[in-house]
Design a protein around this ligand. Structure first.
Ligand code: UDX
Length: 438
C-alpha cells in the first residue's frame, strides 16, 4: 500500500485516484477547482462515467480516498505523486505543458523525502526530462525523487473497467527503486498477472502516442473504406467482418462513422505530428488520418443534402446524439458540432437531444433548441440524424418514430438502425458505407 497524491481530478485523475484507492492505496485527489472538489466532498460526481460513483463511494467510506484543494500538505504526506493535469492542444498544434510545468514546480517546492513523480497525463515525448529538470532546479536534491511515465489507456465511457481490468500497465523509469514502488502501487494487477511493460521513460511516453495515433489511423481507414463502399455498393460491415477475423487486424475499432472526436485522438495525433516535425521526422500516415478525419463529417452532411435534394431551408432537422461517443457527457471535438453548424448555415432549423451531453453542448452552441426527450426531439421533425450510438437510439420504435415525424428522412451516421426496419416503416435513409443494404 502506498500513500498517493493525484494532482488533477478530471476524467483521468478521478478515475485513476479512485481505482488506485480500490487497489488498497491511500489516495488524495487534488485539484485547483474548488467547485469540483466540494462536489466530490459532498458525494457528487462532476463527470458522467459509468461505475465511477460506486467506485468512489466504496473507497471514500473505506477511508482510502479523499479530496482536497490544498495540494502542498497532500504532497508532503505522499510517497507517490501522480500528475494528471490536462495537456490541451497549444496554438501551434503541440501540447500545452504549462499546467504540467507549474505542478512540477509545486512538487519541487514540497519535496520532503523520496518520492516517485508519475506522469499519467498524455505528455509529449521528452516531458519526463523537463519535469526532472524543473524539480531538480527547485529542490536541488536529485536523489530524493524519480520520475516515472505511467500512461493511461482509459476510454471515456468505459474508463472504470479499463482502469481496473487493463490490457497492460506501462511503467517507464530508469530507476529500479521507482519501478519497485510502482509495482506496489499496482499490486493487485501484478498478482493477477496483468502484463506489466517496464521501459525507460521515453519509450513509455512514446507507447501512449503510438497507441492512440494507431487507433485514430484505424478509424480513419475504416471511414475511408466506408466512403468507397458508398461509391461501389459494397457493405462496409461485411468488409470489416472479413478483415477483422485476421488476428493481425482484429475487429476492434473498425466501426465507420462521422469521424473520431473526443479530448484525446484529435489532440494526441496533432501533438505526435508536431513533436516529430521538431525532430525533422514527418509522420505522413498520422497526418493523413488527421486530414481524412477533419472532412469525414462532410460525408454525413452530403447525405443530408442528397436526401433533401440539396435544400432543407426552413426544414426541422433533429440531431440525435451530441457527445463524441456513447456513454459519456463529453462533447469535445464531437462531429455533431460541425454538422449542426452546417445545417444552421443552410438555414435549416435544428433540434437536439442527447441523454447526457446537452448541458455541455449548450456551452458551445447555446442558440439551438434542446429537447428534454427523444420523443420531443422527433415530434414534427422533417429529418433525423443519428450522430452518437446511444442505446436509446438503437432501440427506437421506428413505427412510432414515423408516426411522430412530419418527414421521413433519416441519416444514420453510426449505422445503428436496421435498414430493413427503416424501409418497412417508409423511411428514406442513408447510412455510412452500406448503400445497398435495404
Ligand atoms: C481514446 C483511447 O481509446 C484511449 O485508450 C485513450 O486513453 C484516450 O483516447 P476515448 O477518446 O475516450 O479513448 O474514446 P474511444 O472509444 O477511443 O473513441 C474515440 C473516438 O473514436 C470516438 O469519437 C469514437 O466514436 C470514435 N470511434 C471509435 C469510431 O469512430 N470508430 C471506432 O471503431 C471506434
Amino acid at each position: 500500500m502506498k500513500r498517493i497524491t493525484v494532482i488533477g481530478t478530471g476524467y483521468v485523475g478521478l478515475v485513476t485516484g479512485a481505482g488506485l484507492s480500490d487497489f488498497g492505496n491511500q489516495v488524495i485527489c487534488t485539484d485547483i477547482n474548488e467547485d469540483k472538489i466540494n462536489k466530490l466532498l459532498s458525494g457528487e460526481i462532476p463527470i458522467y462515467e459509468p461505475g465511477l460513483k460506486e467506485l468512489i463511494d466504496r473507497n471514500v467510506s473505506a477511508g482510502r480516498l479523499t479530496f482536497s484543494t490544498d495540494i502542498p500538505p497532500a504532497l508532503k504526506k505522499s510517497e507517490v505523486v501522480i500528475i494528471a493535469v490536462w495537456t490541451p492542444m497549444g496554438k501551434n498544434g503541440g501540447a500545452d505543458l504549462s499546467a504540467v510545468k507549474s505542478v512540477a514546480k509545486m512538487i519541487g517546492e514540497n519535496l520532503n523525502g523520496y518520492k516517485v513523480i508519475c506522469t499519467k497525463s498524455t505528455v509529449p515525448i521528452g516531458t519526463g526530462k523537463i519535469i526532472r529538470e524543473i524539480i531538480e532546479k527547485i529542490s536541488g536534491d536529485s536523489q530524493e525523487f524519480d520520475v516515472v511515465s505511467n500512461p493511461e489507456f482509459l476510454r471515456e465511457g468505459s474508463a472504470v473497467k479499463d482502469f481496473l481490468i487493463p490490457n497492460r500497465i506501462v511503467i517507464g523509469s530508469e530507476s529500479e527503486r521507482a519501478q519497485k514502488v510502482m509495482k506496489q502501487v499496482y499490486r493487485p494487477l501484478f498478482i493477477n498477472e496483468t502484463p506489466i511493460v517496464t521501459t525507460d521513460v521515453l519509450s513509455a511516453e512514446t507507447i501512449k502516442y503510438a497507441s492512440n495515433a494507431f487507433l485514430a489511423v484505424k478509424i480513419s481507414y475504416i471511414n475511408e473504406l466506408a466512403n468507397l463502399c458508398d461509391a461501389t455498393g459494397a457493405d462496409v460491415h461485411l468488409v470489416a467482418r472479413g478483415m477483422g477475423l485476421d488476428g493481425r487486424i482484429s475487429s476492434k475499432f473498425l466501426h465507420p462513422g462521422p469521424g473520431f472526436g473526443g479530448s484525446c485522438f484529435p489532440k494526441d495525433t496533432s501533438a505526435l505530428v508536431h513533436m516529430a516535425k521538431k525532430e525533422n521526422v514527418e509522420m505522413k500516415i498520422v497526418n493523413a488520418a488527421i486530414t481524412s478525419n477533419s472532412i469525414q463529417w462532410m460525408q454525413i452532411t452530403n447525405k443530408l443534402d442528397t436526401l433533401f435534394k440539396d435544400s432543407f431551408e426552413g426544414k426541422t432537422i433533429s440531431i440525435l446524439g451530441l457527445t463524441f461517443k456513447a456513454n459519456t457527457d463529453d462533447v469535445r471535438q464531437s462531429p455533431a458540432t460541425p454538422v449542426i453548424e452546417y445545417i444552421l448555415k443552410q438555414k435549416g432549423n435544428v433540434r437536439a437531444y442527447d441523454p447526457e451531453g446537452m448541458a455541455n453542448m449548450k456551452k458551445l452552441l447555446p442558440g439551438i433548441n434542446y429537447c428534454e426527450s427523444l420523443q420531443k426531439a422527433v415530434e414534427g421533425a422533417d429529418g433525423l440524424m443519428i450522430m452518437t450510438e446511444w442505446h436509446e437510439f438503437r432501440a427506437m420504435d421506428l413505427k412510432k418514430i414515423a408516426d411522430l415525424m412530419s418527414g421521413n428522412i433519416i441519416v444514420d451516421a453510426r449505422n445503428i438502425l436496421d435498414p430493413k426496419e427503416l424501409k418497412k416503416n417508409g423511411f428514406i435513409f442513408e447510412n455510412v458505407g452500406r448503400p445497398n443494404v435495404k
